[in-house]
Design a protein around this ligand. Sequence first.
Ligand SMILES: Cc1cc2nc3c(=O)[nH]c(=O)nc-3n(C[C@H](O)[C@H](O)[C@H](O)COP(=O)(O)OP(=O)(O)OC[C@H]3O[C@@H](n4cnc5c(N)ncnc54)[C@H](O)[C@@H]3O)c2cc1C
Length: 393
Amino acid sequence: MSDTYDVAIVGGGAVGSSIAYWLTRDPAWRGRVTVIERDPTYARASSALSASSIRQQFSTPLNIHLSRFGIGFLRQVRDLLSVEGEPPVALGLREPGYLFLASAAGEDILRDNHAIQRREDCAVELLDTAALKARFPWIDTDGVVLASHGVANEGWFDGPALMQAFRRKARSQGAVYLHDEVVGLDRTGRRITALQLASGKTLTAGHVVNAAGCWSASVAAMAGVSLPVEARRRSVFVFDCRDKVEPMPLVIDTTGAWCRPEGQYFIGGISPPADQDPPDLPLEANHAEWDELVWPALAARVPAFGAVKVVSTWAGYYEYNTFDHNGIVGPHPEIANLLFATGFSGHGIQQSPAVGRAVAEWLTQGRYVSLDLAPFGFDRIAANRPIIERNVV
Ligand SMILES: Cc1cc2nc3c(=O)[nH]c(=O)nc-3n(C[C@H](O)[C@H](O)[C@H](O)COP(=O)(O)OP(=O)(O)OC[C@H]3O[C@@H](n4cnc5c(N)ncnc54)[C@H](O)[C@@H]3O)c2cc1C
Protein backbone atom coordinates (compact mmCIF):
# COMPACT_ATOMS: atom_id res chain seq x y z
CA MET A 1 0.00 0.00 0.00
CA SER A 2 1.31 3.47 -0.71
CA ASP A 3 0.70 6.74 1.14
CA THR A 4 0.46 9.91 -0.90
CA TYR A 5 1.86 13.32 0.00
CA ASP A 6 2.25 16.57 -1.87
CA VAL A 7 5.79 16.99 -0.55
CA ALA A 8 8.12 14.37 0.91
CA ILE A 9 11.25 15.74 2.60
CA VAL A 10 14.13 13.31 3.06
CA GLY A 11 15.95 14.28 6.28
CA GLY A 12 14.49 16.07 9.31
CA GLY A 13 17.52 18.09 10.44
CA ALA A 14 17.43 21.88 10.69
CA VAL A 15 17.14 22.28 6.92
CA GLY A 16 14.43 19.65 6.29
CA SER A 17 12.48 20.72 9.37
CA SER A 18 12.69 24.39 8.39
CA ILE A 19 11.26 23.55 4.97
CA ALA A 20 8.46 21.58 6.66
CA TYR A 21 7.79 24.52 9.01
CA TRP A 22 7.55 27.10 6.23
CA LEU A 23 5.40 24.84 4.05
CA THR A 24 2.86 24.05 6.74
CA ARG A 25 2.79 27.63 8.03
CA ASP A 26 0.98 28.96 4.97
CA PRO A 27 -2.77 28.72 5.77
CA ALA A 28 -3.62 29.02 2.06
CA TRP A 29 -1.68 25.89 1.22
CA ARG A 30 -3.59 22.69 1.83
CA GLY A 31 -0.97 20.15 0.77
CA ARG A 32 0.21 17.17 2.83
CA VAL A 33 3.84 17.21 3.96
CA THR A 34 5.91 14.34 5.31
CA VAL A 35 9.45 14.38 6.66
CA ILE A 36 11.22 11.03 6.58
CA GLU A 37 13.91 10.90 9.26
CA ARG A 38 15.75 7.67 9.93
CA ASP A 39 17.14 8.72 13.32
CA PRO A 40 14.89 10.85 15.51
CA THR A 41 17.66 10.95 18.14
CA TYR A 42 19.79 12.88 15.60
CA ALA A 43 22.90 11.26 17.07
CA ARG A 44 24.97 11.79 13.89
CA ALA A 45 23.07 14.70 12.32
CA SER A 46 25.12 17.82 11.62
CA SER A 47 22.41 19.99 13.14
CA ALA A 48 22.94 18.23 16.47
CA LEU A 49 26.75 18.51 16.30
CA SER A 50 27.12 22.02 14.96
CA ALA A 51 29.09 24.93 16.42
CA SER A 52 25.95 26.92 15.50
CA SER A 53 27.42 30.33 14.86
CA ILE A 54 26.06 33.00 12.55
CA ARG A 55 27.83 35.74 10.65
CA GLN A 56 27.41 38.32 7.95
CA GLN A 57 31.04 38.20 6.91
CA PHE A 58 30.79 36.29 3.64
CA SER A 59 32.19 37.29 0.26
CA THR A 60 29.04 36.29 -1.65
CA PRO A 61 26.12 38.75 -1.32
CA LEU A 62 23.59 35.93 -1.43
CA ASN A 63 25.22 34.24 1.56
CA ILE A 64 25.07 37.56 3.42
CA HIS A 65 21.36 37.88 2.63
CA LEU A 66 20.63 34.30 3.73
CA SER A 67 22.35 34.80 7.07
CA ARG A 68 20.87 38.25 7.59
CA PHE A 69 17.41 36.76 7.39
CA GLY A 70 18.69 34.04 9.74
CA ILE A 71 19.67 36.41 12.54
CA GLY A 72 16.36 38.26 12.36
CA PHE A 73 14.55 34.95 12.53
CA LEU A 74 16.61 33.72 15.51
CA ARG A 75 15.70 36.87 17.44
CA GLN A 76 12.00 36.11 16.95
CA VAL A 77 12.04 32.36 17.49
CA ARG A 78 10.17 32.59 20.77
CA ASP A 79 7.16 34.07 19.00
CA LEU A 80 7.45 32.35 15.64
CA LEU A 81 8.00 28.82 16.90
CA SER A 82 5.77 28.76 19.98
CA VAL A 83 3.22 25.96 20.00
CA GLU A 84 -0.11 26.80 21.61
CA GLY A 85 1.52 29.56 23.60
CA GLU A 86 4.41 27.32 24.76
CA PRO A 87 7.71 28.83 23.61
CA PRO A 88 10.47 26.54 22.34
CA VAL A 89 13.62 25.89 24.39
CA ALA A 90 15.52 29.19 24.49
CA LEU A 91 18.23 29.44 21.83
CA GLY A 92 20.61 31.47 24.03
CA LEU A 93 21.47 33.72 21.10
CA ARG A 94 24.56 35.81 21.80
CA GLU A 95 25.87 38.45 19.41
CA PRO A 96 29.53 39.33 20.15
CA GLY A 97 30.50 39.24 16.45
CA TYR A 98 33.17 37.46 14.43
CA LEU A 99 36.77 38.66 14.26
CA PHE A 100 38.64 37.62 11.10
CA LEU A 101 42.40 38.11 11.31
CA ALA A 102 44.54 38.55 8.18
CA SER A 103 48.28 38.15 7.70
CA ALA A 104 50.03 40.14 4.96
CA ALA A 105 49.15 37.34 2.53
CA GLY A 106 45.45 37.59 3.36
CA GLU A 107 45.15 41.36 3.62
CA ASP A 108 43.88 42.05 0.08
CA ILE A 109 41.23 39.36 0.36
CA LEU A 110 40.06 40.76 3.70
CA ARG A 111 39.83 44.25 2.19
CA ASP A 112 37.93 42.94 -0.87
CA ASN A 113 35.51 41.04 1.36
CA HIS A 114 35.06 44.11 3.51
CA ALA A 115 34.15 46.20 0.45
CA ILE A 116 31.51 43.63 -0.55
CA GLN A 117 30.13 43.52 2.99
CA ARG A 118 29.91 47.32 3.23
CA ARG A 119 28.09 47.45 -0.10
CA GLU A 120 25.62 45.00 1.42
CA ASP A 121 25.20 47.20 4.51
CA CYS A 122 26.91 44.87 6.94
CA ALA A 123 28.00 46.37 10.25
CA VAL A 124 31.69 45.50 9.90
CA GLU A 125 34.80 47.47 10.75
CA LEU A 126 38.42 47.09 9.73
CA LEU A 127 40.92 47.30 12.57
CA ASP A 128 44.63 47.88 12.17
CA THR A 129 46.85 46.19 14.73
CA ALA A 130 46.81 49.15 17.15
CA ALA A 131 43.02 49.35 17.08
CA LEU A 132 42.80 45.57 17.39
CA LYS A 133 44.98 45.53 20.49
CA ALA A 134 43.06 48.45 22.01
CA ARG A 135 39.73 46.70 21.46
CA PHE A 136 40.84 43.20 22.45
CA PRO A 137 43.80 43.55 24.84
CA TRP A 138 44.08 39.77 25.34
CA ILE A 139 45.20 39.26 21.73
CA ASP A 140 48.78 38.90 20.45
CA THR A 141 48.88 40.73 17.11
CA ASP A 142 52.08 39.07 15.91
CA GLY A 143 51.73 38.27 12.21
CA VAL A 144 48.42 40.12 11.91
CA VAL A 145 48.23 43.13 9.63
CA LEU A 146 44.48 43.71 9.53
CA ALA A 147 41.31 42.46 11.20
CA SER A 148 37.66 42.59 10.33
CA HIS A 149 35.16 42.73 13.16
CA GLY A 150 31.42 42.30 12.85
CA VAL A 151 29.88 44.72 15.30
CA ALA A 152 26.28 43.54 14.86
CA ASN A 153 24.23 40.58 13.61
CA GLU A 154 26.88 37.94 14.34
CA GLY A 155 27.29 35.45 17.14
CA TRP A 156 26.13 32.00 18.17
CA PHE A 157 23.12 30.08 19.45
CA ASP A 158 21.86 26.62 20.34
CA GLY A 159 21.56 24.91 16.95
CA PRO A 160 20.06 21.62 18.15
CA ALA A 161 17.38 23.66 19.95
CA LEU A 162 16.59 25.47 16.69
CA MET A 163 16.25 22.15 14.86
CA GLN A 164 13.92 20.78 17.55
CA ALA A 165 11.88 23.99 17.55
CA PHE A 166 11.38 23.79 13.78
CA ARG A 167 10.40 20.13 14.08
CA ARG A 168 7.97 20.69 16.93
CA LYS A 169 6.32 23.64 15.20
CA ALA A 170 6.12 21.85 11.84
CA ARG A 171 4.42 18.86 13.50
CA SER A 172 1.96 21.13 15.28
CA GLN A 173 1.07 22.61 11.88
CA GLY A 174 0.40 19.20 10.37
CA ALA A 175 3.72 17.90 9.00
CA VAL A 176 3.92 14.11 9.39
CA TYR A 177 7.32 12.89 10.63
CA LEU A 178 8.01 9.28 9.71
CA HIS A 179 10.69 7.36 11.55
CA ASP A 180 11.99 5.49 8.52
CA GLU A 181 14.80 5.51 5.98
CA VAL A 182 14.50 6.27 2.28
CA VAL A 183 16.30 3.39 0.54
CA GLY A 184 15.10 3.87 -3.03
CA LEU A 185 13.65 6.47 -5.37
CA ASP A 186 11.66 5.18 -8.36
CA ARG A 187 12.18 7.35 -11.39
CA THR A 188 10.32 7.39 -14.68
CA GLY A 189 11.85 9.82 -17.12
CA ARG A 190 11.69 13.31 -15.68
CA ARG A 191 9.83 12.40 -12.48
CA ILE A 192 10.35 10.63 -9.18
CA THR A 193 7.29 8.42 -8.97
CA ALA A 194 7.77 6.78 -5.56
CA LEU A 195 9.96 6.62 -2.46
CA GLN A 196 10.87 3.20 -1.10
CA LEU A 197 11.36 3.03 2.66
CA ALA A 198 13.39 0.60 4.76
CA SER A 199 10.20 -0.50 6.53
CA GLY A 200 8.88 -1.82 3.21
CA LYS A 201 6.43 1.06 2.75
CA THR A 202 6.14 2.93 -0.53
CA LEU A 203 5.25 6.62 -0.63
CA THR A 204 4.21 8.72 -3.57
CA ALA A 205 4.75 12.46 -3.53
CA GLY A 206 4.21 15.39 -5.85
CA HIS A 207 7.67 16.69 -4.97
CA VAL A 208 10.63 15.13 -3.19
CA VAL A 209 13.14 17.34 -1.35
CA ASN A 210 16.60 15.97 -0.66
CA ALA A 211 17.57 17.53 2.68
CA ALA A 212 19.66 14.57 3.82
CA GLY A 213 22.67 16.67 4.84
CA CYS A 214 26.03 15.00 4.39
CA TRP A 215 24.23 11.86 3.20
CA SER A 216 22.40 13.68 0.41
CA ALA A 217 24.70 12.29 -2.31
CA SER A 218 23.54 8.75 -1.51
CA VAL A 219 19.89 9.87 -1.71
CA ALA A 220 20.60 11.63 -5.03
CA ALA A 221 22.27 8.46 -6.34
CA MET A 222 18.99 6.60 -5.78
CA ALA A 223 17.58 8.79 -8.59
CA GLY A 224 20.68 8.31 -10.75
CA VAL A 225 21.95 11.81 -9.91
CA SER A 226 25.55 12.56 -9.03
CA LEU A 227 25.76 15.20 -6.29
CA PRO A 228 29.15 16.66 -5.24
CA VAL A 229 28.48 16.55 -1.48
CA GLU A 230 30.65 14.59 0.95
CA ALA A 231 30.68 13.96 4.72
CA ARG A 232 33.77 15.80 5.97
CA ARG A 233 34.58 15.43 9.65
CA ARG A 234 35.12 18.52 11.78
CA SER A 235 36.40 18.17 15.35
CA VAL A 236 35.41 20.57 18.12
CA PHE A 237 37.45 20.93 21.33
CA VAL A 238 35.90 22.30 24.52
CA PHE A 239 38.52 23.83 26.79
CA ASP A 240 38.81 25.55 30.12
CA CYS A 241 40.99 28.59 30.72
CA ARG A 242 41.76 29.91 34.20
CA ASP A 243 42.12 33.52 33.02
CA LYS A 244 39.29 35.72 31.87
CA VAL A 245 39.45 36.51 28.15
CA GLU A 246 36.80 39.15 27.60
CA PRO A 247 35.15 40.40 25.51
CA MET A 248 35.77 37.65 22.97
CA PRO A 249 34.00 37.41 19.62
CA LEU A 250 34.35 34.30 17.45
CA VAL A 251 37.99 34.59 16.37
CA ILE A 252 39.24 33.21 13.05
CA ASP A 253 43.01 33.19 13.26
CA THR A 254 45.36 33.72 10.29
CA THR A 255 46.04 29.97 10.46
CA GLY A 256 42.35 29.11 10.05
CA ALA A 257 42.04 27.93 13.67
CA TRP A 258 38.93 29.38 15.34
CA CYS A 259 37.67 29.76 18.89
CA ARG A 260 34.87 31.36 20.82
CA PRO A 261 33.41 31.34 24.33
CA GLU A 262 30.88 28.62 25.14
CA GLY A 263 29.26 29.10 28.54
CA GLN A 264 32.01 28.97 31.18
CA TYR A 265 34.38 27.34 28.64
CA PHE A 266 35.67 27.98 25.12
CA ILE A 267 35.40 25.90 21.98
CA GLY A 268 37.81 25.75 19.07
CA GLY A 269 38.75 23.83 15.96
CA ILE A 270 40.16 24.02 12.45
CA SER A 271 39.32 22.68 9.02
CA PRO A 272 42.05 20.08 8.43
CA PRO A 273 44.46 20.47 5.50
CA ALA A 274 42.95 19.19 2.22
CA ASP A 275 45.25 16.16 2.10
CA GLN A 276 44.02 15.07 5.55
CA ASP A 277 40.33 15.63 4.86
CA PRO A 278 38.90 12.52 3.16
CA PRO A 279 35.16 11.84 3.35
CA ASP A 280 33.44 9.58 5.89
CA LEU A 281 36.07 9.50 8.64
CA PRO A 282 34.72 8.04 11.89
CA LEU A 283 32.77 10.51 14.02
CA GLU A 284 35.38 10.90 16.74
CA ALA A 285 37.42 14.01 17.41
CA ASN A 286 40.95 13.95 16.02
CA HIS A 287 43.11 14.84 19.04
CA ALA A 288 46.20 15.25 16.86
CA GLU A 289 44.46 18.28 15.31
CA TRP A 290 44.27 19.89 18.73
CA ASP A 291 47.87 19.08 19.65
CA GLU A 292 49.43 19.99 16.32
CA LEU A 293 47.23 22.69 14.80
CA VAL A 294 44.54 24.20 16.99
CA TRP A 295 46.19 24.65 20.38
CA PRO A 296 49.55 25.96 19.07
CA ALA A 297 47.76 28.53 16.91
CA LEU A 298 45.34 29.63 19.63
CA ALA A 299 47.98 29.78 22.34
CA ALA A 300 50.13 31.98 20.13
CA ARG A 301 47.20 34.27 19.36
CA VAL A 302 45.72 34.41 22.87
CA PRO A 303 48.58 34.07 25.38
CA ALA A 304 46.10 33.19 28.17
CA PHE A 305 45.37 30.01 26.19
CA GLY A 306 48.92 28.84 26.87
CA ALA A 307 47.48 27.10 29.93
CA VAL A 308 44.18 25.44 29.09
CA LYS A 309 42.63 22.07 29.70
CA VAL A 310 40.50 20.22 27.15
CA VAL A 311 37.39 19.13 29.04
CA SER A 312 35.48 17.43 26.21
CA THR A 313 35.37 17.01 22.45
CA TRP A 314 32.95 16.11 19.71
CA ALA A 315 32.96 15.64 15.96
CA GLY A 316 30.32 16.18 13.31
CA TYR A 317 30.17 16.16 9.53
CA TYR A 318 30.04 19.17 7.23
CA GLU A 319 27.83 18.44 4.22
CA TYR A 320 30.74 19.55 2.11
CA ASN A 321 30.09 20.70 -1.44
CA THR A 322 33.30 19.78 -3.27
CA PHE A 323 32.25 21.85 -6.30
CA ASP A 324 32.14 25.31 -4.72
CA HIS A 325 31.41 25.10 -0.95
CA ASN A 326 27.98 26.69 -1.20
CA GLY A 327 24.44 25.49 -0.77
CA ILE A 328 22.81 23.57 -3.62
CA VAL A 329 19.17 24.60 -3.50
CA GLY A 330 16.16 24.12 -5.72
CA PRO A 331 14.99 21.77 -8.45
CA HIS A 332 17.09 19.36 -10.46
CA PRO A 333 17.26 20.63 -14.05
CA GLU A 334 16.06 17.34 -15.56
CA ILE A 335 14.02 15.66 -12.83
CA ALA A 336 11.29 18.24 -12.43
CA ASN A 337 9.90 17.12 -9.06
CA LEU A 338 13.20 16.53 -7.24
CA LEU A 339 14.57 19.43 -5.20
CA PHE A 340 17.76 19.88 -3.20
CA ALA A 341 18.64 21.78 -0.04
CA THR A 342 22.13 20.65 0.88
CA GLY A 343 25.87 21.27 0.49
CA PHE A 344 26.15 24.26 2.84
CA SER A 345 29.73 23.37 3.83
CA GLY A 346 29.75 24.76 7.37
CA HIS A 347 27.12 27.48 7.17
CA GLY A 348 23.89 25.51 6.91
CA ILE A 349 22.37 25.97 10.32
CA GLN A 350 22.47 29.77 10.18
CA GLN A 351 20.99 29.63 6.68
CA SER A 352 18.28 27.08 7.51
CA PRO A 353 15.55 29.69 8.22
CA ALA A 354 16.02 31.46 4.87
CA VAL A 355 16.57 28.27 2.88
CA GLY A 356 13.41 26.72 4.33
CA ARG A 357 11.43 29.81 3.40
CA ALA A 358 12.83 29.85 -0.14
CA VAL A 359 12.20 26.16 -0.84
CA ALA A 360 8.65 26.47 0.54
CA GLU A 361 8.03 29.45 -1.74
CA TRP A 362 9.26 27.50 -4.71
CA LEU A 363 7.00 24.57 -3.83
CA THR A 364 3.88 26.60 -3.14
CA GLN A 365 4.24 29.36 -5.72
CA GLY A 366 6.55 27.85 -8.31
CA ARG A 367 9.13 30.62 -7.85
CA TYR A 368 11.31 32.31 -5.26
CA VAL A 369 9.57 35.35 -3.81
CA SER A 370 11.60 36.83 -0.92
CA LEU A 371 15.13 35.95 -1.93
CA ASP A 372 16.09 34.63 -5.34
CA LEU A 373 18.15 31.48 -4.72
CA ALA A 374 18.38 30.58 -8.43
CA PRO A 375 22.15 31.29 -8.42
CA PHE A 376 22.53 28.41 -5.92
CA GLY A 377 20.64 26.07 -8.25
CA PHE A 378 21.81 22.60 -9.24
CA ASP A 379 22.28 23.67 -12.87
CA ARG A 380 25.43 25.63 -12.00
CA ILE A 381 27.24 22.31 -11.50
CA ALA A 382 26.66 20.96 -15.02
CA ALA A 383 27.35 24.44 -16.40
CA ASN A 384 30.60 24.53 -14.41
CA ARG A 385 29.64 27.90 -12.95
CA PRO A 386 31.01 27.81 -9.39
CA ILE A 387 30.13 30.54 -6.90
CA ILE A 388 33.37 31.10 -5.06
CA GLU A 389 32.84 31.93 -1.39
CA ARG A 390 36.18 33.08 0.03
CA ASN A 391 35.08 33.04 3.66
CA VAL A 392 34.57 29.33 4.30
CA VAL A 393 35.46 28.46 7.89
C1 LIG B 1 31.45 20.74 13.89
C2 LIG B 1 30.49 21.53 13.04
C3 LIG B 1 30.44 22.91 13.17
C4 LIG B 1 29.53 23.64 12.42
N1 LIG B 1 29.45 24.98 12.63
C5 LIG B 1 28.51 25.70 11.98
C6 LIG B 1 28.33 27.07 12.28
O1 LIG B 1 29.03 27.63 13.12
N2 LIG B 1 27.36 27.74 11.61
C7 LIG B 1 26.58 27.14 10.67
O2 LIG B 1 25.72 27.80 10.09
N3 LIG B 1 26.73 25.84 10.37
C8 LIG B 1 27.68 25.11 11.00
N4 LIG B 1 27.84 23.80 10.71
C9 LIG B 1 27.07 23.21 9.60
C10 LIG B 1 25.64 22.95 9.99
O3 LIG B 1 25.59 22.28 11.22
C11 LIG B 1 24.99 22.15 8.86
O4 LIG B 1 25.13 22.86 7.65
C12 LIG B 1 23.50 21.93 9.11
O5 LIG B 1 23.27 21.44 10.40
C13 LIG B 1 22.95 20.95 8.07
O6 LIG B 1 21.62 20.64 8.40
P1 LIG B 1 20.86 19.53 7.59
O7 LIG B 1 19.48 19.51 8.10
O8 LIG B 1 21.07 19.74 6.14
O9 LIG B 1 21.64 18.18 7.92
P2 LIG B 1 21.49 17.20 9.18
O10 LIG B 1 21.30 17.94 10.41
O11 LIG B 1 22.64 16.25 9.10
O12 LIG B 1 20.16 16.44 8.86
C14 LIG B 1 20.07 15.49 7.80
C15 LIG B 1 19.19 14.36 8.29
O13 LIG B 1 18.93 13.48 7.20
C16 LIG B 1 18.74 12.19 7.73
N5 LIG B 1 18.91 11.24 6.63
C17 LIG B 1 19.99 11.04 5.84
N6 LIG B 1 19.75 10.13 4.91
C18 LIG B 1 18.47 9.70 5.09
C19 LIG B 1 17.65 8.74 4.46
N7 LIG B 1 18.09 8.03 3.40
N8 LIG B 1 16.39 8.55 4.92
C20 LIG B 1 15.92 9.27 5.99
N9 LIG B 1 16.68 10.18 6.65
C21 LIG B 1 17.93 10.41 6.20
C22 LIG B 1 19.82 12.09 8.79
O14 LIG B 1 19.51 11.10 9.74
C23 LIG B 1 19.84 13.50 9.37
O15 LIG B 1 19.09 13.60 10.56
C24 LIG B 1 28.70 23.00 11.46
C25 LIG B 1 28.76 21.64 11.32
C26 LIG B 1 29.63 20.89 12.11
C27 LIG B 1 29.65 19.41 11.96
